[in-house]
Ligand binder design. Structure first.
Ligand code: KIV
Length: 275
C-alpha cells in the first residue's frame, strides 16, 4: 500500500470519514502510531516541549524539525507525514517560507507541511501550495504566537474574535491549504467553520464536529504529566507502567536477580584463559 496523500486527506471531507491524526517525533513513536492505524502523523513543533523540555515551541529550529521528520518518515510506510514549519520561518517573506517548506520536504522527507496563522500568512501559504507543496493550516490557539495571545487560552470566545477566525479559515482555504487544524476554540464555532469550508477541519480542544481530530502522542498515552490539558483523553498510563518497570529493574540489579542465567552467555568449553 502506498502512502496516504494530502489529496486523500482532503477527500475525507467529502466521504464523511472522520479521521485521526497524532503527533510523532521519532522512529519508535511513528511505528507505534502507524501500527495503531493512524492515517496522519504530525511532526509537531510541540516536540520542543514534550521531547526537548523547553517551556514553549518557540526555540525549535528548522534543523530540529528536519532531524525529527527524518526519524518519523523512516518509521512509516503508509501514514501521511506532515511536518511543522517552526517559529518565524515563514513570516519574513513568501519566498523564505517556500525555501523552508522545501527543506522539510526535500531533506526531512515529509509529504506536507503545517503552518500557524490566517490572513497574515496567506501569501506564504499560497506561494508554497502553488509550488507543489501541500499546506495544512493551523488556527485558534496557535502556540507560536503565545506571547501575543497572553498564554494558552480558549480562542474565539467573542463575536469579534469568532468572526476573525471564520475570515482566517476562509483565507487559509482560499490560499490553497488542503486542511486546517482548529485548536482550543468553542465547539459551536468549530462546527460553523467546518460547515463553511470545503477542506477538512482537524480539531484539538475544538469539540466533536470537526472532520478529524489530532492529539499529542504523549498526552493520550499518559507519557507527559507536567500538564494534562482538559481536551485530552488518556487512553492508557504508559508513564506509570514505565516507572514501575524501571523501579523493578533497579531493584533486581541491586538484589543480583538480573541478569539471570537466561540473560547471560557462556564461554565455549576450553576457551577461557586460566586465571
Ligand atoms: O505541534 C503540535 O503538536 C501541534 C498540534 C497541537 C496540532 O501543532
Amino acid at each position: 500500500m502506498s502512502r496516504i496523500t494530502a489529496l486523500n486527506i482532503r477527500d475525507y471531507k467529502t466521504s464523511g470519514n472522520k479521521f485521526s491524526m497524532v503527533t510523532a517525533y521519532d522512529y519508535t513513536s511513528a511505528r507505534l502510531a502507524e501500527n495503531g492505524n493512524i492515517p496522519v502523523l504530525l511532526v509537531g513543533d510541540s516536540l520542543g516541549m514534550v521531547v526537548m523540555g523547553y517551556e514553549s515551541t518557540i526555540p525549535v529550529t528548522m534543523d530540529d524539525m528536519i532531524r525529527h521528520t527524518q526519524m518519523v518518515v523512516r518509521g512509516t510506510t503508509t501514514s501521511h507525514v506532515v511536518s511543522d514549519l517552526p517559529f518565524m520561518t515563514y513570516q519574513e517573506s513568501p519566498s523564505k517560507a517556500l525555501g523552508n517548506a522545501a527543506r522539510l520536504i526535500q531533506e526531512g522527507g515529509a509529504q506536507s507541511i503545517k503552518m500557524e496563522g490566517g490572513e497574515n500568512i496567506s501569501e506564504a501559504i499560497s506561494n508554497i501550495s502553488r509550488n507543489g507543496i501541500p499546506v495544512m493550516g493551523h488556527l485558534g490557539l496557535t502556540p507560536q504566537y503565545v506571547h501575543a495571545l497572553s498564554g494558552y487560552q480558549l480562542q474565539g470566545k467573542t463575536h469579534k474574535a469568532a468572526s476573525k477566525l471564520i475570515d482566517d479559515a476562509i483565507a487559509v482555504e482560499s490560499a490553497g491549504a488542503y486542511a486546517v487544524v482548529l485548536e482550543l476554540i468553542p465547539k459551536e464555532l468549530s462546527e460553523l467553520i467546518t460547515s463553511k469550508l470545503s477542506i477538512p477541519t482537524i480539531g484539538i480542544g475544538a469539540g466533536p464536529f470537526c472532520d478529524g481530530q489530532v492529539q499529542v502522542f504523549h498526552d493520550i498515552l499518559g507519557l507527559y504529566t507536567d500538564f494534562v490539558p482538559k481536551h485530552t483523553k488518556q487512553y492508557c498510563n504508559l508513564g506509570d507502567i514505565a516507572i514501575s518497570a524501571l523501579q523493578k529493574y533497579a531493584e533486581e540489579v541491586s538484589g543480583s536477580i538480573f541478569p539471570s542465567e537466561k540473560n547471560s552467555f557462556s564461554m565455549p568449553q576450553g576457551q577461557l584463559p586460566t586465571p
